[in-house]
Design a protein around this ligand. Structure first.
Ligand code: LLP
Length: 443
């Protein structure tokens, strides 16, 4: 298995992350356990900051909290000078509970509900990334009721196909997100914004997709946005000053993935964007990016206990662990590939070819097909790397499985940042007996 960040193997053959033995972590916190290497998260944030600084940009770097939203993560993002992208009342609430400055929070979403918009307006967030015509009207009405104003960016679907899994591309024309550029929806939206006096258009947003390895897609999107910017300034004489290029640098899930170095790649994207604006005789706007996966993905490792095994002669060996699609649905959803190791037997040869299965009642509940591991026994610890982005945030309670605990590790110290769900948590919202109010809808 490729070792990410501060991961090491100690003399007794145990996987160590952030100076903490994974064996001790599991003894202390149980399994499944998601372990975040805090130093690696910070290193990744610095790489982005360095790219912006090297390119001498005026910028705000945001964290797309959908990748992993928790109080501790919001606090870490805040300490590192990041802004926060939220896509729901829940993510906003998490940010506010973490005392994140609402002036550095902004909201995305293709169907923000009236309650979500109102909550965000009342919290005083920095701006809204407005996705569609319905939202323009809804937000305007809410601002009217609240007797206030809001800054907005328009989310533009720039028509760039970024060569990633079709469910995680978002910038191509046939997408549920944003105002379509090609058919002129952006112009219509701008014209409408100018009639809605509670809204102040300050910029544009484009996001071409996630897990993207090539900088070309960003460059194409940036040049389309520069064209649009010029057109809007000429046509409507509006003073736009924020361009948000979305998230999207891919990460290395397996040894075969070649992750482009963040600093150079982002620097390249920024320089291309600068060029696109300067070539058109415009000043370069304040630039924003909102990475999620590349900040937290590789920093996360999930630890499980090995349980049952089924050997089908001449076919396959299934090795089951005490979690699965309920804490990591990414193979089931996207065919995602992961690497793994037996964390307490790191010095033993990886000669056992198995497929790692989850424990949910579903044949599709697999974590890895065909992986070579050290020969394991029930009770050994399986570590799956690169589970920091879109794993906990997409976890479910299918089969009434409890969601895992999460710890941050750094310099030999571990801190529990999300408690393991308990069996009682699973029934906490259920209503029975005298608390159950029967409502008759028919008279
Ligand atoms: N900005 C916008 C508008 C987005 O839609 C996304 C991701 C990001 C930023 C962050 O992109 P990142 O830097 O993480 O690539 N559940 C899927 C990923 C969905 C991505 C959704 N949007 C997965 O597990 O791969």
């Amino acid at each position: 298995m490729f070792l990410h960040g501060t991961s090491k193997i100690d003399a007794s053959g145990e996987l160590v992350i952030g100076g903490c033995s994974t064996v001790s972590l599991v003894e202390q916190f149980g399994t499944p356990l998601i372990v975040y290497d805090e130093e690696l998260i910070v290193e990744r944030i610095h790489a982005y900051h360095k790219a912006f600084e090297k390119a001498q940009m005026t910028y705000h770097l945001a964290y797309a909290s959908k990748a992993f939203s928790s109080l501790a993560m919001c606090q870490l993002a805040m300490e590192q000078g990041l802004w926060l992208d939220v896509v729901s009342a829940g993510e906003l609430h998490t940010a506010l509970k973490a005392s994140f400055d609402p002036k550095h929070v902004y909201m995305h979403g293709n169907n923000k509900t009236p309650d979500e918009l109102r909550y965000a307006v009342q919290a005083g967030i920095a701006f809204f990334v407005v996705d569609n015509f319905h939202e323009l009207e809804l937000l305007s009405t809410i601002l009217e009721e609240e007797e206030t104003h809001a800054d907005i960016l328009l989310r533009v679907s720039p028509g760039v196909d970024a060569h990633t899994h079709e469910y995680i591309t978002t910038g191509q024309q046939d997408s549920k997100f944003g105002f379509d550029l090609a058919s002129g929806q952006v112009n219509q939206a701008v014209a409408r914004v100018l009639e809605l006096h509670r809204l102040r258009l300050i910029g544009l947003h484009s996001h071409i997709g996630s897990q993207i390895f090539e900088a070309t897609g960003f460059a194409v999107a940036a040049s389309r946005m520069a064209d649009l910017w010029q057109h809007l300034q000429r046509e409507y004489s509006i003073d736009l000053h924020v361009l948000n290029l979305g998230g999207g640098i891919g990460i290395r899930y397996t040894s075969e993935d070649m992750m482009p170095p963040i600093e150079n790649t982002v620097y390249g994207v920024l320089k291309e964007t600068e060029k696109a604006f300067l070539e058109r005789g415009m000043t370069v706007p304040l630039l924003m990016m909102e990475p999620g996966r590349s900040l937290v993905g590789e920093a996360g490792t999930t630890l499980y206990r090995v349980g049952s095994r089924k050997d089908i002669p001449g076919v396959r060996s299934y090795l089951s662990i005490d979690g699965g699609m309920t804490d990591n649905p990414r193979l089931a959803l996207y065919g995602a590939r992961y690497e793994a190791c037996i964390a307490n037997k790191m010095l033993e040869p990886a000669t056992d070819l198995v497929s790692v299965a989850g424990k949910a009642c579903e044949s599709g509940d697999m974590l890895i097909w065909d992986v070579h591991l050290a020969k394991s026994q029930p009770g050994d610890i399986l570590a799956v790397s690169c589970t920091g982005a879109y794993n906990y945030s997409m976890a479910s309670n299918y089969n009434r499985m409890a969601r895992p605990a999460v710890v941050f590790v750094k310099n030999g110290q571990s801190s529990l940042v999300i408690q393991r769900e308990t069996l009682d948590d699973l029934v906490r919202l259920d209503v029975v007996g005298s608390n159950r109010h029967v409502v008759h809808s028919f008279s």
